[in-house]
Design a protein around this ligand. Structure first.
Ligand SMILES: *[C@@H]1O[C@H](CO)[C@@H](O)[C@H](O)[C@H]1NC(C)=O
Ligand SMILES: *[C@@H]1O[C@H](CO)[C@@H](O)[C@H](O)[C@H]1NC(C)=O
Ligand SMILES: *[C@@H]1O[C@H](CO)[C@@H](O)[C@H](O)[C@H]1NC(C)=O
Length: 338
């Protein structure tokens, strides 16, 4: 009898272990569309979504180089900032990939909640910032270690220290050629740091394969960086926890069922990661995102055409019970039930 129970227990254990291994696809959820806000006339690609300290927003950067803020009372976008003063020929209903190197393409946005300044990563103009009233942003950095940034992409401000972390996705390929970064396994991406007290720019990591979104863990112990080409999130240690774990050590935080774009921390310390493509069976090419717990485990997949044929999610941000979703190609921002 005892032997039989042991045998049964072993079989049960083996079965569960096998199920665990052959079930790489986590629970999936069909989101509920609450609102769809078209981007300003003639523009597409609200790549990143942010709200300011007072809860106003969303703010987003669009294809013609403007950073706009949604005013829900007036039900319209208000111009907030630009990354270059000369806007001649920048706006209008045409393909902005032809003008973006001159007009700017602000991708990453992150507020310093204390100073209310908005930091931005523009694909062509590097790291910039603007005050709480907006206007023309001031450039803070366009090169590091003598090498110009090729494709500045994402930024996050550490709210405790004011330090700014950002990514340069490739030294070789500009933004519109991003598929080539993946196809050629380009490894010229860099993870960078800007210290507003000294204006110093530091290279934290070299040889990354399409470093994209950045986020900080709640305790500030790690800086997370999405490595798009490798379907994973890396963690860069910011605080030492003993001799075996020095500052600057890099490890894998999460393996993902697709190529990650931006990453945002949630209230509970977990993260939403937008996936620009996916290897989840049958869902290739549709808007998709993964929710991670605070340890990097994928706990949920959000997949949908959002009822509006919304493709290529680039950012998912939880805000007051809603999920705000941006896209690098769609002409709208959508709000989903959280
Ligand atoms: C939105 O517009 C209203 C009416 O003009 C104004 O009172 C309010 O301050 C604006 N809010 C934001 C966030 O811009
Ligand atoms: C602004 O850009 C336009 C278009 O490239 C150019 O013709 C013009 O000279 C620029 N103006 C200034 C003041 O730089
Ligand atoms: C994918 O689609 C094929 C064809 O429609 C279907 O046979 C298969 O079961 C689907 N796989 C999954 C995981 O849904």
């Amino acid at each position: 009898m005892a032997n039989c129970n042991t045998f049964t227990a072993i079989i049960l254990f083996l079965t569960l272990a096998t199920v665990g291994k052959t079930q790489p696809v986590p629970p999936q959820r069909q989101p509920i569309l609450l609102q769809r806000i078209p981007t300003p006339t003639g523009t597409v690609g609200p790549e990143t979504i942010k709200f300011d300290r007072s809860g106003a927003g969303p703010y987003t950067g669009v294809s013609d180089g403007r950073i706009v803020r949604w005013n829900s009372t007036q039900n319209r976008w208000i111009n907030f900032a630009v990354t270059t003063p000369n806007r001649t020929g920048c706006e209008g209903p045409f393909d902005h990939t032809l003008t973006e190197s001159r007009c700017g393409r602000p991708l990453g946005l992150s507020f310093n909640q204390k100073t209310r300044e908005l930091y931005m990563a523009d694909a062509y103009f590097g790291l910039l910032k603007v005050g709480p009233n907006g206007g023309v942003a001031r450039q803070l950095a366009s090169a590091a270690q003598g090498k110009r940034f090729g494709f500045t992409n994402a930024v996050v401000v550490d709210q405790n220290t004011g330090i700014v972390y950002f990514t340069d996705s490739s030294a070789r390929f500009p933004r519109p050629l991003f598929p080539l970064i993946i196809a050629t396994r380009d490894d010229t991406g860099r993870l960078l740091k800007f210290d507003p007290k000294t204006n110093a720019v530091t290279v934290l990591a070299n040889k990354l394969m399409f470093p994209n979104g950045v986020a900080l863990t709640r305790n500030g112990e790690f800086l997370l960086v999405a490595e798009t080409t490798n379907n994973r999130i890396l963690k860069y240690r910011l605080k030492s926890s003993g001799p075996g774990n020095p500052v600057g050590r890099i490890g894998v935080f999460a393996k993902l069922p697709g190529q990650p774009d931006n990453i945002n921390r949630n209230k509970d310390g977990g993260f939403w990661v937008a996936l620009i493509s996916s290897v989840v069976p049958n869902y290739t090419g549709l808007g998709l995102a993964a929710r991670l717990d605070r340890n990097g485990k994928v706990v949920e997949i959000l997949r949908d055409q959002f009822g509006t044929r919304f493709k290529a999610a680039s950012d998912v941000l939880e805000n007051r019970g809603s999920l705000w979703v941006g896209s690098s190609t769609e002409p709208a921002v959508v709000r989903l039930a959280a």
